[in-house]
Design a protein around this ligand. Sequence first.
Ligand code: AMP
Ligand code: MG
Length: 327
Amino acid sequence: MFTEILGINDESVLKAKYLLLSGEIVAMPTETVYGLAAVATDKDAVKKIFEVKGRPIDNPLIAHVHKDFPLETLVYIDNDYVYELKRRFMPGPFTMVFRSKNVVCEEAVCGGDTLAVRIPSHEGCQKLLRAVNVPLVAPSANLSKHTSPVTAQHVYADLNGKIPLILDGGKCGGGIESTVLDVTGSVPRILRAGLITKEMIEDAVGKCEIAQHKDGDKVRSPGVKYRHYRPNCETALVNTAAEAVSLYEKEKAAGRTPYIMCDDEIAQSLTGYNVLNLGKTDKEIAFNLYDRLLEGEKKADIVIAVSFNREDGVYLGIMNRLRKSCG
Ligand code: AMP
Ligand code: MG
């Protein structure tokens, strides 16, 4: 199959709409990472997503809708705090899990009784969602377990020949996947951390829990149990710059090409070393994380990541991705 990459305009959106409504899957930009979209009620198209990605069949998909789409046609809104969360964080990098009305096909939710819904803020994505005017399920547009794509070129590297179209909306502004929040209970619960933080949710509605995924627990969000986000090279996760340097020297002495991935402050102290600089602030680090990992897999035999050793705010989501990709 020939894979076309098109910038977003009326014509390419019409083409994507036509492909989607005729059962094809199409890659689209969002403000978090690129998504691989299918019409959520089309079970054969949804199956294609799982096949093309090699995604485990028990890991449900998020339904994406435009900002005027009536959520109550898809899900039951059981708690009033949902309205305030929607008002504050939607459209945006924020997904809520509701009891499903089973409009979306069961392949998309892996036979479960809940549905995750997101309203992306990316303008090009909104344009497509409005054009199709049906929910699109869309996991990240990469091969399962690989690092998530934040440019159309990243998508192409993984899915060339497997899908007909990639809509190119530039580099994703967010950089890590949406926060996933279970809103079926009286207190909202974070299933996956992201750019909308526990602190922000508490500020909006008072309370917010973080789901603890311990061994033996019934897993509420299956995606969290898998190895994920890994670049196609060796990785290591260390606690300090000194540890990174010591491992770097050992790798170098063995004739290999190491790269150290770290924040800007550490990067500035490492002149003469191969460095993947993630930037200064939490937002910059999230924005750069997957891009640097995908740069790393091209250049390095091993990426040595330096931990941020903190879990407040956006760092909770960053550290979750860093442990899975490099730990
Ligand atoms: P991805 O689209 O690959 O970034 O993954 C979507 C994430 O949302 C995964 O961690 C899924 O397990 C989670 N998810 C999707 N639908 C549901 C649902 N109905 N209940 C709980 N978690 C969900
Ligand atoms: Mg993914």
